[in-house]
Design a binder for this molecule. Sequence first.
Ligand code: ADP
Length: 334
Amino acid sequence: MKKFKISPFTKTKITFTLWYSLILFVILLAFSGFIYTLETQDVTRIVLLRDYGTNVPKQLTNEEKKEIILQINEVKKSFIIDLILVDDIILLLGAGLSFFLSGITLKPIQKSFQRQKEFIADASHELRTPLAAIQTASEVALRNGNKTKEHYKKVIEQTYRENRRMAKMVDELLTLSRADTEMTEFIFGEVELDKIIKDVAEETKPLLLQKKLYLKNNLIEKAKVKGDSNKIKQLALIIMDNAIKYTPKGGNIQVKVGGKRNPYFSIADNGIGISKEERKKIFYRFYQVDKARSQGGAGLGLSIAKWIADSHKAEIIVKSNPGKGSVFKVVFNS
Ligand code: ADP
């Protein structure tokens, strides 16, 4: 038989509802007691007024007294019944409302919990690929049989490559998990965008040369923004790295910096490009347009880039034509 399972969030909602209802019950009890005392104080006078008007006889017979006591008890009883009825309705409405409101309160926590779960599942899945590659290569190398020096060299190279890939992924995962828990401290100061972009172009030169890509007609004007220079450099490196990765051999990349009111930098390539539908998704975690062409990435670079841009209230604008190339422009508010 299938076991009926209540999610932790429904359990929390029920617990909240029970607590709220208990508080409401105590308040209603105190309030009803107060109203009851207040309202029944005058009940004898009201009953006498109702039965005799202003001519209440000085001496009442035993029969009349009994009748009046009976009537008083009757009034009190019906008042208690009314109070219980009203209290029940309020309690029921209160419980329903608190169940509904605790649901609304818990919604953002539930969403972020769900995101964390997906994030962990995706991360484990992505880490399994390089781990499996290392495992298989080592098993083959360890198996008996005459292996050449070349073979071992290949295995070591592959292990090294996969290790680097994993190390990069773990670094990215750490960055994002720190971003989620707001543990990263940004050191804001005056940042010279032109200098940063020149540094990025310089640092990525070996990669450009390796892929026979050319930096052409760079237009670098002076531009200053308030921000964390290391983080902005990381953002530019991610975009530059992608431009290099997704541009075939012999292609070119153009870097621009400028803007007085809204300083910006942009990196344009004439690579594979991104379709309109994909452009919306490339900033999602682990999203890759074509896994086979990802060249070692895990689809986390642009999520980090977006987080850095958001933290600077900057915007990343992507223009692209499949087969023709892409432009990633980061615009700051000065
Ligand atoms: P990855 O590690 O796969 O590069 P990113 O988050 O940096 O992950 O990028 C997400 C996806 O966006 C990439 O897999 C790629 O498909 C696409 N992309 C990013 N930059 C470019 C670019 N300049 N040209 C073409 N596609 C790009």
